[in-house]
Design a binder for this molecule. Structure first.
Ligand code: KG4
Ligand code: ZN
Length: 337
């Protein structure tokens, strides 16, 4: 089959990203972050779509320039159709449609969660990554989702577990807000946790049946604990920030691995992918490496730069769909969930 050049666009939340791939190889992956949300403890949808409109043209231009690909060489444009913020998705999708129409090439809609999974299959010109073998289990942990799935083949996915309330990333973000740290909370907690004592404080863990997760009890437990301690000592958070971050990070990681272990034991699948923004967490990565050697399973993480939202992963699914001629109609609308 001939080489396929794909331009991919991702605007589902607060990052505007464009990427150029030749087959599964990433030639550029440009991400414009939106600092406007930092002080709000979460993403403000109206500010996000406005920022996407400002960023989309320069970001796409830069992705093409860095990849040294002329737009006339593109075979298709892939974009995130959902899930995400509708106003944000609309910006990337409308841009993809009009650019593809003018170039007379197909458009390919991509599901954001599926893209996180297939980030495991991305390569770079000088970096070929080791990939999981089918079937493999995947834990998708992002700001909006916490799911477990069995990946039977390319694009053949069976979801078997989900969170019944908050997502893992959302829990990092909310915990950070309680501690007075800025959004997004995951990377900040990861950083402050490094010198901390992870067994200094303990928080409640859920007891949810099947392969599902729950994080709202943990969030409440952190909130009440911090509130009570602050009444006794207004300097409590400041004086214990490292230990608090390390203990919260350990609790979230323990919850994630505990359920995953149940799935591994039940399904006897020994290949595991961990994907989505929270898979960037350094403690989780370390614990999963330990789990891997103790349980004789292979664990795969996407390259760091493909863990949080990026267009390269959208391009990867675009490439897989292109091979199956799974193109989209121009009249489709985005979906939020
Ligand atoms: O996949 P992603 O970029 O966006 C969504 O699809 O939601 O994930 C964003 C989430 C945020 O909640 C952020 O706090 C979390 O990923 N995150 C982390 C780390 N880096 C990003 N959580 C824990 N540790 C990190 N190092
Ligand atoms: Zn994401």
């Amino acid at each position: 089959m001939k080489d396929i050049n794909i331009l991919a666009i991702e605007t589902s939340c607060d990052d505007t990203s464009a990427s150029v791939l030749r087959n599964n190889i990433v030639y550029s992956n440009i991400i414009a972050n939106q600092d406007v949300h930092r002080d709000y403890g979460g993403v403000v949808p109206e500010l996000a779509s406005r920022a996407h409109q400002q960023h989309i043209i320069p970001v796409v231009k830069k992705a093409l320039d860095i990849a040294k690909i002329n737009k006339k060489q593109l075979d298709a444009i892939a974009f995130t159709r959902g899930p995400g913020l509708l106003g944000s998705l609309l910006v990337g999708m409308s841009f993809a449609k009009s650019m593809a129409m003018s170039l007379k090439i197909p458009i390919i809609e991509v599901d954001h969660l599926i893209a996180h999974i297939f980030a495991l299959f991305l390569d770079e010109p000088n970096k070929i990554n080791v990939k999981p073998k089918f079937p493999f289990l995947v834990l998708i942990i992002s700001g909006g989702h916490t799911k477990i799935a069995i990946i039977k083949d390319y694009l053949d996915i069976e979801y078997i577990g989900d969170t019944i309330d908050d997502a893992a990333g959302e829990t990092f973000d909310k915990a950070a807000k309680i501690l007075g740290l800025h959004y997004p909370g995951g990377p900040v907690i990861d950083k402050y946790a490094k010198p901390g004592n992870k067994t200094q404080f303990s928080f409640s863990k859920p007891n949810v049946p099947n392969y599902d997760y729950s994080f709202s009890g943990l969030k409440t437990s952190i909130l009440y604990f911090v509130r009570d301690q602050l009444k006794l000592n207004p300097g409590f958070v400041k004086e214990n920030l490292n230990d608090l971050c390390a203990s919260i990070q350990k609790t979230i990681t323990d919850i994630l691995i505990h359920k995953l272990d149940k799935v591994v034991k039940d399904t006897k699948i020994n290949q595991i992918g961990i994907v989505g923004g929270v898979s960037a967490n350094s403690f989780l990565r370390k614990e999963m490496q330990k789990y891997s050697s103790e349980n004789n399973v292979d664990v795969y993480f996407p390259d760091m730069k493909f863990t949080t939202d990026n267009a390269a992963m959208i391009g990867m699914v675009g490439y897989l769909k292109y091979q199956k001629k799974m193109f989209s109609d121009y009249d489709i609308a985005p979906y939020s969930t």
